[in-house]
Design a protein around this ligand. Structure first.
Ligand SMILES: [Zn+2]
Length: 456
């Protein structure tokens, strides 16, 4: 029996871990047996690796081939390359030594682009191991990989400069009206406060959220790494550019698993995939009760914990949430047309967002129909710069005595909970910072009070 083992990587929540692929070839009738992968994933890998080996001019071993992947996979793709290399090594077509391989192969032996290049190279450096994969233009197919391994010509990876550039013209500047809502949503992004937008359909809630997401500054390397690892565990490729903050807007019929993640192999949910960026949930009252309840904890802690026999990890769940709702079930309340809901229907609709969920939104904003007289002001550049500045800030402005006493009065008057008090403080600080005031003054507290969520 001949055996070979190749190191590989396994996404583990928002991190990468070292994994391995072991192959044993025995004499006997041709057969492939798998340990550690589901039957379907195993079959898919067998088909791809066999085709890639043959079309690259190698042979697939004739005897009994046993393949073991470790740890039990959370990922279906990416094992092709280490499997092909382990087979070639066990079949004595390649020398044995330690390196790290990762990549998916096409039937013709092409190595598919690797979205995990930066974290892969990071992990290889930590373990002091050479690595191979499709992260440079020089190595694009299995044959070239084999040659590089034979000659020990390991690729050199230069981290590409961030291709994401901040826009020259912001989408938000093309939107007329709703200047108050634009400010609220910019404050939300600056202070990472969740915001609830209310208004009749067609008043621009989703357009505004989409445009505002563009104001989020580019990601740090650590955030980009974590997101690219999370995105690699989804079936659809991400449209996000490297370094660009994510913006995701799932339909209100999203399931708990779709929002929080789950399944086997594990797939991260929208809350994690939108982390460091923004998540737009339209028609929040139409989301299932299970979904809205499941949102509460991660909205507060900014993370999700997954525990299980094989998988135990934490995931980021820290997008700024833009939630939207109509004012009533028929949607006409607040518009020019008369609402056709009964009082009972209206109460039921409002009640679909529970008070504990409402409490997670420090900011609330009603969208108005465009005021024709309102002067159009370009805010994109200014808001993007302010958001960046507030987020980069390490300390908060100090409070004036008057602002502090206004805060104390408000806490008493509205009988604010500890959470509401903390939110009110944080929003006041965000406002002062956003407006480049040296101190938190009464005006900031007044404005923050005005945004408190009301369940109408
Ligand atoms: Zn109505």
């Amino acid at each position: 029996m001949r055996t070979a083992k190749i190191n590989t990587i396994v996404p583990w929540g928002a991190e990468l871990r070292l994994g391995s692929v072991e192959v044993a070839i025995q004499r006997g009738l041709p057969d492939v047996r798998w340990v550690g992968l589901s039957a379907r994933a195993a079959q898919e890998h067998t088909i791809r690796v066999r085709a890639a080996l043959i079309s690259s001019g190698y042979t697939f071993p004739m005897g009994r081939v046993s393949i073991k992947v470790e740890p039990a996979s959370m990922l279906r793709t990416g094992y092709d390359l280490p499997i092909a290399l382990a087979i070639l090594t066990a079949a004595e077509q390649l020398e044995t030594f330690e390196y790290l391989a990762f990549g998916e192969l096409s039937f013709s032996g092409e190595l598919l682009l690797n979205s995990l290049a930066t974290p892969l190279v990071g992990l290889a450096t930590v373990h002091n191991m050479p690595w191979i994969g499709r992260v440079t233009q020089k190595i694009t197919n299995l044959k070239q990989v084999v040659q590089a391994v034979q000659n020990k010509e390991w690729p050199v990876f230069k981290s590409e400069s961030r291709p994401y550039k901040v826009p020259k013209i912001y989408k938000i500047d093309a939107l007329l009206g709703n200047s108050a809502a634009k400010r609220v949503i910019a404050l939300a992004l600056a202070g990472r406060h969740h915001v609830l937008l209310s208004g009749p359909p067609g008043y621009g809630k989703s357009v505004l959220a989409d445009a505002a997401a563009e104001l989020i500054p580019g990601l740090s390397n650590g955030e980009e790494n974590a997101l690219s690892i999370l995105e690699s565990q989804r079936l659809q490729a991400s449209e996000r550019k490297t370094g660009q903050a994510p913006y995701r807007a799932p339909h209100h019929a999203v399931t708990i698993a779709g929002l929080l993640g789950g399944g086997n192999p594990f797939r991260p949910g929208e809350l994690s995939l939108a982390s460091y960026g923004a998540l737009f949930l339209d028609e929040l009252p139409l989301c299932s009760r299970g979904v809205t309840e499941a949102l509460r904890e991660p909205l507060e802690t900014g993370e999700l914990r997954w525990g299980g026999l094989q998988q135990n990890f934490r995931l980021p769940a820290c997008p700024v949430l833009f939630a939207a709702r109509n004012l009533c079930g028929c949607g006409k309340l607040g518009s020019d047309q008369p609402c056709t809901c009964t009082g009972h229907q209206r109460a039921t609709y409002a009640g679909r967002i529970t008070q504990p969920l409402l409490d997670r939104f420090p900011l609330h904003c009603d969208l108005d129909k465009r005021d024709e007289k309102e002067k159009h002001r370009l805010v994109g550049l200014e808001y993007a710069a302010a958001i960046k500045r507030v987020r980069a800030r390490k300390d908060w402005p100090i409070w004036t005595k008057e602002a502090r006493s206004l805060l104390d009065r408000a806490i008493k008057q509205y009988d604010l909970s500890y959470r509401a008090e903390a939110q009110l403080k944080a929003v006041s600080q965000t406002i002062a910072s956003f407006d480049e005031h040296e101190k938190v003054e009464e005006v900031a507290v007044h404005e923050a009070l005005q945004y408190r969520v009301r369940n109408s």
